[in-house]
Design a protein around this ligand. Sequence first.
Ligand code: 6GU
Length: 273
Amino acid sequence: MGDTEKGLNDICNILNEKLSGRKPEIGIVLGSGLGSFAEKLENSIYINYQDIPGFPVSTVSGHNGRFVVGKLFGHEVIVMQGRVHYYEGYSMKKVVLPVRLMCMIGIKQLILTNAAGGINLNFKPGTLMAITDQITTFVPSPLIGPNIKDLGVRFPDMSEVYDSAFVGIIEKAAEELGIDLKKGIYLQTTGPQYETPAEIRMFRNLGADAVGMSTTVEAVAARHAGVKVAGISCITNMAAGISGEPLSHEEVKETADRVKDEFEKLLLLSVKK
Ligand code: 6GU
């Protein structure tokens, strides 16, 4: 275990060197097709994941791989343009390593974003959803293994993974922008296959509104480290068995591309508030 902790500290030191004195307060993880938000930052520096030894690098197309650090409305922000997923073969520990590093360099708030399938029948492709709670149980916990005491406790509380004040801010921002923001519960699967209609019916019965292949483990890692979390899903397609159409990554990318301006505005105004 000592090894892993040391590994994490070593990687953190390397990241800190590359940050050359900048101290981001807000972390933002950009989901599939939503990476262009990073261009909104001012005075940016770029840190490619591949230049950080031990950092997981994505294998999927449409996921760039770098940190963008810059200013947004006077806040110093660190944005992850690209993330890795469990289905790529990384352990959950490795999947959450980037989020842990952001917590270790001192972010106070983390905004997670993703492309997700709609389970709630009131959603449409293009719907934006503020995440109010999550179902993590279908994927392994990223906290399995010896506890990293420097980050948090062995049995962390998860009664409010998504900060309710933060959800309120996103709702206010959406209202000002005239965006019909929905709220809901996000469920993570391992992927990479999309679900069957039977699985989607089960997830709906369990109370899930949206399904995707990321986010909940990152939120757990951040809450373990005491960092406040917000989450926004872009519903890129309805989940299996709802529209009658087969699902495809093309549709996910197309919808994300179509909604990204609205999505960027919502994220910008939420950070401003
Ligand atoms: Cl329908 N399922 C999962 N697991 N991830 C998705 C999705 C569906 N649509 C976009 N991402």
